[in-house]
Design a protein around this ligand. Structure first.
Ligand SMILES: Nc1ncnc2c1ncn2[C@@H]1O[C@H](COP(=O)(O)OP(=O)(O)OP(=O)(O)O)[C@@H](O)[C@H]1O
Ligand SMILES: [Mg+2]
Length: 339
């Protein structure tokens, strides 16, 4: 669906009520995600290309010594796995799933039980997620970290109710999503999840207020209430005075703050941030991470996907994945000691 079509639907649906929007949401969300995947691929290609430097013959040895940022660090993984095994063995009943001590006895907000996502490529099978079990509790700030190809986006799609696993069970506040149909998954996303994307995904022709109103429009909130609630979120990220501006008139960091406001507008149970600082310089990244920490302090549950350990360390808890498997799940503090 093109943006033009999307806006046309928006306008019709504002006039006609919101039923059609709920149905449309799936394709819109999927389009947004498809766009992101395409963007990710082109970004990755661009960064791959950027990292290819003209090689002079006399520099060949030097070039070989350069660390490959996409390669897995096997020593680090072995250390993390050993620490994880020791922790599980000493846990109650040899528990295999990590439970932060402040959440022992609580029902998890998100429960992933032995999640597999297997892609068939001709006769080959790719185990993008290979038996992942994680519990995430209300109020946590969890970073999912791993190298390129480790299975983060696959896992994010499942956690974000954008896709279902090949096998295993995934429950959001006790509700099993594993065998849900597309429209049921769309309803879960609408009600329970706010998304923050690397490329912000703001609608370029809409002003900031209308962008932040979007999830409220989907949720069928009355129009006057939409504006009021959206403005409150813009205030929260310090951009209420710019509500009439278009996204292109803002810096990258400001656009990401708008997307944080949009993610919060529907008061979702879960905020998922996919590489939220991937397109930002380090100073702006810190600011955006500061906002994520603030919203977590206010009681929101945040799951952040990143390939960067230094970004992951800003979370309270870290889940490291490698080859589709969890190799570490524990506090950021303990993780910092192991890497
Ligand atoms: N639709 C698909 N069809 C086939 N293989 C896939 C598909 N999606 C992902 N994969 C494979 O699954 C594995 C995990 O991919 P995924 O996109 O989850 O990795 P990632 O950790 O998000 O990587 P990156 O940091 O590069 O975004 C990779 O080997 C990838 O090639
Ligand atoms: Mg990815």
């Amino acid at each position: 669906m093109s943006l033009k079509d999307f806006k046309k639907i928006n306008k019709t649906d504002i006039a006609n009520g919101t039923d059609a929007l709920e149905i449309e949401d799936l394709s819109v969300t999927r389009d947004i995600c498809t766009d992101i995947s395409k963007k990710d691929i082109s970004d990755k290609t661009a960064s791959d290309n950027a990292s290819i430097k003209p090689v002079q013959v006399q520099n060949e040895a030097e070039e070989d010594d350069e660390p490959d940022e996409y390669a897995e660090n096997h020593d680090e993984i072995a250390k993390l796995k050993a620490a994880q095994e020791a922790a599980s063995a000493s846990g109650p009943n040899g528990q295999v799933v990590y439970i932060p001590k402040e959440h022992i006895g609580e029902l998890p907000l998100l429960e992933l039980h032995d999640i597999y996502k297997i892609y068939k490529m001709g006769s080959e099978e790719v185990h993008a997620n290979d038996g992942i079990s994680i519990n995430i509790y209300k109020g946590e700030f969890v970073a999912i970290v791993g190298k390129s190809g480790s299975g983060k986006s696959t896992l994010m799609n499942i956690i974000g109710a954008l896709d279902v696993p090949t096998s295993g069970r995934y429950l959001i506040s006790g509700q099993d999503t594993s065998s849900m149909k597309d429209d049921e998954l769309a309803a879960i996303r609408n009600k329970k999840i706010g998304f923050i994307f690397q490329q912000y995904n703001l609608l370029p022709k809409d002003n900031l207020l209308d962008n932040v109103c979007l999830p409220l429009l989907y949720a069928g909130v009355p129009k006057h209430e939409q504006k009021e609630r959206a403005m409150r979120q813009l205030e929260r990220v310090g951009l209420s005075d710019k509500w009439m501006q278009k996204p292109a008139q803002l810096s990258g960091g400001q656009q990401q703050r708008v997307s944080i406001a949009r993610a919060l507008a529907g008061d979702p149970e879960l905020i998922i941030a996919d590489e939220p600082t991937g397109a930002l310089d380090s100073k702006t990244s810190r600011q955006v991470l500061g906002f994520l920490k603030d919203i977590n302090q206010d009681g929101n549950t945040v799951v952040m996907i990143t390939h960067d350990n230094s970004i992951a360390l800003e979370a309270k808890r870290i889940v490291r994945i490698s080859d589709g498997k969890v190799v570490y799940d524990g506090t950021a503090e303990d993780y910092a000691k192991l890497i």
